[in-house]
Design a protein around this ligand. Structure first.
Ligand code: DC
Length: 221
Protein backbone atom coordinates (compact mmCIF):
# COMPACT_ATOMS: atom_id res chain seq x y z
CA UNK A 1 0.00 0.00 0.00
CA UNK A 2 1.16 3.53 -0.72
CA UNK A 3 0.39 6.28 1.78
CA UNK A 4 0.82 9.95 1.06
CA UNK A 5 0.64 12.28 4.07
CA UNK A 6 -0.16 15.93 3.41
CA UNK A 7 0.00 18.22 6.40
CA UNK A 8 -0.17 21.96 6.70
CA UNK A 9 -2.16 24.90 8.05
CA UNK A 10 -5.78 25.71 7.21
CA UNK A 11 -6.31 27.07 3.71
CA UNK A 12 -2.96 26.01 2.20
CA UNK A 13 -4.92 24.13 -0.47
CA UNK A 14 -4.51 20.65 1.00
CA UNK A 15 -7.98 19.34 0.24
CA UNK A 16 -8.36 20.86 -3.25
CA UNK A 17 -4.94 19.60 -4.30
CA UNK A 18 -5.21 16.20 -2.60
CA UNK A 19 -8.62 15.58 -4.22
CA UNK A 20 -7.26 16.31 -7.67
CA UNK A 21 -4.09 14.26 -7.25
CA UNK A 22 -5.90 11.29 -5.68
CA UNK A 23 -8.42 11.22 -8.54
CA UNK A 24 -5.55 11.14 -11.05
CA UNK A 25 -3.73 8.38 -9.17
CA UNK A 26 -6.84 6.38 -8.25
CA UNK A 27 -6.03 6.72 -4.54
CA UNK A 28 -8.60 7.23 -1.80
CA UNK A 29 -8.55 10.76 -0.41
CA UNK A 30 -9.17 11.13 3.32
CA UNK A 31 -9.74 14.59 4.79
CA UNK A 32 -9.03 13.97 8.48
CA UNK A 33 -10.08 17.46 9.58
CA UNK A 34 -13.65 16.29 8.99
CA UNK A 35 -13.61 13.82 11.88
CA UNK A 36 -12.30 16.47 14.28
CA UNK A 37 -14.99 18.78 12.98
CA UNK A 38 -17.62 16.11 13.66
CA UNK A 39 -16.53 15.93 17.30
CA UNK A 40 -16.77 19.73 17.59
CA UNK A 41 -20.23 19.72 16.00
CA UNK A 42 -21.37 17.00 18.40
CA UNK A 43 -20.17 19.13 21.32
CA UNK A 44 -22.04 22.17 20.04
CA UNK A 45 -25.23 20.20 19.34
CA UNK A 46 -25.19 18.50 22.74
CA UNK A 47 -24.39 21.72 24.61
CA UNK A 48 -21.04 20.31 25.79
CA UNK A 49 -18.67 23.10 26.85
CA UNK A 50 -15.52 22.72 24.71
CA UNK A 51 -13.36 24.34 27.35
CA UNK A 52 -14.43 21.61 29.77
CA UNK A 53 -12.05 18.77 28.88
CA UNK A 54 -13.74 16.27 31.20
CA UNK A 55 -17.17 16.93 29.69
CA UNK A 56 -15.78 16.48 26.16
CA UNK A 57 -14.05 13.25 27.21
CA UNK A 58 -17.30 11.99 28.73
CA UNK A 59 -19.12 12.63 25.46
CA UNK A 60 -16.65 10.66 23.30
CA UNK A 61 -17.86 7.07 23.99
CA UNK A 62 -21.36 8.00 22.83
CA UNK A 63 -20.14 9.32 19.47
CA UNK A 64 -20.55 7.23 16.35
CA UNK A 65 -18.45 8.95 13.68
CA UNK A 66 -17.87 7.36 10.31
CA UNK A 67 -16.50 8.27 6.93
CA UNK A 68 -18.21 6.88 3.83
CA UNK A 69 -17.45 7.43 0.16
CA UNK A 70 -20.33 8.26 -2.19
CA UNK A 71 -19.31 8.49 -5.85
CA UNK A 72 -15.72 8.77 -4.68
CA UNK A 73 -16.50 11.73 -2.45
CA UNK A 74 -15.98 11.65 1.30
CA UNK A 75 -19.05 12.09 3.51
CA UNK A 76 -18.96 12.28 7.26
CA UNK A 77 -21.68 10.72 9.36
CA UNK A 78 -22.56 11.43 12.97
CA UNK A 79 -24.75 8.47 13.87
CA UNK A 80 -26.76 8.07 10.68
CA UNK A 81 -26.90 11.82 9.96
CA UNK A 82 -24.78 13.18 7.08
CA UNK A 83 -23.07 16.25 8.58
CA UNK A 84 -20.68 16.94 5.68
CA UNK A 85 -22.05 20.47 5.17
CA UNK A 86 -22.84 21.30 8.79
CA UNK A 87 -19.18 20.82 9.84
CA UNK A 88 -17.93 23.55 7.47
CA UNK A 89 -19.12 26.73 9.21
CA UNK A 90 -16.55 29.13 10.72
CA UNK A 91 -18.20 28.55 14.06
CA UNK A 92 -17.43 24.82 13.86
CA UNK A 93 -13.91 25.59 12.52
CA UNK A 94 -13.00 27.58 15.62
CA UNK A 95 -14.53 25.01 17.96
CA UNK A 96 -12.61 22.25 16.14
CA UNK A 97 -9.28 23.96 16.66
CA UNK A 98 -9.93 23.88 20.41
CA UNK A 99 -11.42 20.40 20.61
CA UNK A 100 -8.55 18.92 18.58
CA UNK A 101 -6.07 20.02 21.27
CA UNK A 102 -7.62 17.55 23.75
CA UNK A 103 -5.38 14.43 23.82
CA UNK A 104 -8.34 12.06 24.43
CA UNK A 105 -10.04 13.38 21.28
CA UNK A 106 -6.92 12.73 19.22
CA UNK A 107 -6.57 9.23 20.65
CA UNK A 108 -10.27 8.52 20.02
CA UNK A 109 -9.86 9.37 16.32
CA UNK A 110 -6.52 7.68 15.68
CA UNK A 111 -7.62 4.17 14.63
CA UNK A 112 -10.45 5.51 12.51
CA UNK A 113 -7.86 7.42 10.46
CA UNK A 114 -5.21 4.67 10.40
CA UNK A 115 -7.63 2.01 9.19
CA UNK A 116 -7.95 3.63 5.77
CA UNK A 117 -4.25 3.23 5.04
CA UNK A 118 -4.37 -0.50 5.86
CA UNK A 119 -6.57 -1.47 2.93
CA UNK A 120 -6.09 1.19 0.27
CA UNK A 121 -3.59 3.51 -1.31
CA UNK A 122 -4.39 6.82 0.35
CA UNK A 123 -3.68 10.49 0.29
CA UNK A 124 -4.52 11.68 3.77
CA UNK A 125 -4.50 15.32 4.77
CA UNK A 126 -4.44 16.88 8.21
CA UNK A 127 -2.00 18.33 10.72
CA UNK A 128 -0.18 15.31 12.16
CA UNK A 129 -0.49 12.67 9.44
CA UNK A 130 3.23 12.46 8.66
CA UNK A 131 4.26 12.81 12.30
CA UNK A 132 1.69 10.72 14.22
CA UNK A 133 -1.07 9.03 12.19
CA UNK A 134 1.05 7.54 9.38
CA UNK A 135 4.69 7.94 10.46
CA UNK A 136 5.72 5.31 7.90
CA UNK A 137 4.05 7.02 4.94
CA UNK A 138 6.23 6.72 1.82
CA UNK A 139 5.55 10.34 0.88
CA UNK A 140 5.24 13.25 3.31
CA UNK A 141 4.41 16.72 2.15
CA UNK A 142 4.03 19.89 4.20
CA UNK A 143 1.87 22.31 2.26
CA UNK A 144 1.84 25.92 3.31
CA UNK A 145 1.06 29.49 2.11
CA UNK A 146 0.98 32.96 3.66
CA UNK A 147 -1.96 33.68 6.04
CA UNK A 148 -3.24 36.45 3.71
CA UNK A 149 -3.36 34.17 0.68
CA UNK A 150 -4.99 31.44 2.72
CA UNK A 151 -7.66 33.84 4.01
CA UNK A 152 -8.44 35.01 0.46
CA UNK A 153 -8.79 31.41 -0.70
CA UNK A 154 -11.03 30.53 2.24
CA UNK A 155 -13.36 33.46 1.56
CA UNK A 156 -13.70 32.35 -2.09
CA UNK A 157 -14.21 28.72 -1.11
CA UNK A 158 -16.98 29.67 1.34
CA UNK A 159 -18.56 31.98 -1.25
CA UNK A 160 -18.80 29.09 -3.70
CA UNK A 161 -20.79 27.26 -1.03
CA UNK A 162 -23.08 30.28 -0.62
CA UNK A 163 -21.53 31.34 2.70
CA UNK A 164 -20.49 35.02 2.94
CA UNK A 165 -17.61 35.72 5.32
CA UNK A 166 -15.65 38.90 5.97
CA UNK A 167 -11.97 38.70 4.84
CA UNK A 168 -10.60 40.38 7.98
CA UNK A 169 -12.51 37.99 10.21
CA UNK A 170 -11.35 34.94 8.24
CA UNK A 171 -7.73 36.21 8.38
CA UNK A 172 -8.01 36.74 12.12
CA UNK A 173 -9.48 33.23 12.56
CA UNK A 174 -6.70 31.68 10.44
CA UNK A 175 -3.94 33.35 12.46
CA UNK A 176 -5.67 32.34 15.68
CA UNK A 177 -6.14 28.74 14.49
CA UNK A 178 -2.51 28.53 13.30
CA UNK A 179 -1.44 29.57 16.77
CA UNK A 180 -3.66 26.95 18.46
CA UNK A 181 -2.64 24.20 16.03
CA UNK A 182 1.11 24.83 16.31
CA UNK A 183 1.22 25.43 20.07
CA UNK A 184 -0.87 22.55 21.41
CA UNK A 185 1.05 19.95 23.42
CA UNK A 186 -0.29 16.85 21.71
CA UNK A 187 0.58 16.33 18.04
CA UNK A 188 1.10 20.01 17.15
CA UNK A 189 1.11 21.09 13.52
CA UNK A 190 4.67 20.79 12.25
CA UNK A 191 6.47 19.38 9.26
CA UNK A 192 7.72 15.80 9.68
CA UNK A 193 11.51 15.62 9.56
CA UNK A 194 11.49 13.95 6.15
CA UNK A 195 8.62 15.99 4.68
CA UNK A 196 8.99 17.96 1.46
CA UNK A 197 7.88 21.55 2.13
CA UNK A 198 5.80 23.15 -0.62
CA UNK A 199 4.77 26.82 -0.37
CA UNK A 200 1.74 27.40 -2.60
CA UNK A 201 1.50 31.21 -2.09
CA UNK A 202 2.72 31.93 -5.61
CA UNK A 203 1.20 28.86 -7.28
CA UNK A 204 -2.18 28.12 -8.80
CA UNK A 205 -3.83 24.96 -7.50
CA UNK A 206 -3.05 23.25 -10.81
CA UNK A 207 0.64 24.11 -10.47
CA UNK A 208 0.68 22.92 -6.89
CA UNK A 209 -1.09 19.67 -7.84
CA UNK A 210 1.49 19.14 -10.58
CA UNK A 211 4.30 19.67 -8.08
CA UNK A 212 2.73 17.17 -5.65
CA UNK A 213 2.37 14.60 -8.45
CA UNK A 214 6.07 14.97 -9.21
CA UNK A 215 7.03 14.53 -5.55
CA UNK A 216 4.84 11.41 -5.22
CA UNK A 217 6.34 9.89 -8.37
CA UNK A 218 9.88 10.63 -7.21
CA UNK A 219 9.24 8.88 -3.88
CA UNK A 220 7.33 5.85 -5.12
CA UNK A 221 9.28 4.58 -8.14
O1 DC B 1 -8.25 20.76 7.94
P1 DC B 1 -9.40 21.46 8.68
O2 DC B 1 -9.36 22.94 8.55
O3 DC B 1 -10.74 20.89 8.32
O4 DC B 1 -9.16 21.10 10.24
C1 DC B 1 -9.99 21.60 11.25
C2 DC B 1 -9.25 21.61 12.58
O5 DC B 1 -8.98 20.26 12.96
C3 DC B 1 -7.92 22.34 12.58
O6 DC B 1 -7.99 23.52 13.34
C4 DC B 1 -6.95 21.41 13.23
C5 DC B 1 -7.69 20.14 13.49
N1 DC B 1 -7.05 18.98 12.87
C6 DC B 1 -6.11 18.33 13.60
O7 DC B 1 -5.80 18.75 14.71
N2 DC B 1 -5.52 17.20 13.10
C7 DC B 1 -5.83 16.74 11.88
N3 DC B 1 -5.25 15.64 11.42
C8 DC B 1 -6.79 17.42 11.10
C9 DC B 1 -7.37 18.56 11.62
Amino acid sequence: MISVAIDGPAGAGKSTIAKKVSAELGFIYVDTGAVYRAVALACIESGTEIGNTEAVEALLPSLDISIVFLNGEQHILLGDKDVSDAIRSENVSMATSRVSAIPAVRQFLLDLQRDFAKHDNVIMDGRDIGTVVLPNAQVKIFLTASPEIRAKRRVLQLKEKGIEEDYEKVLYDIIHRDYNDTHRETAPLKAAENAVIVDTSEMTFDEAAQKIMEIIKEHTV
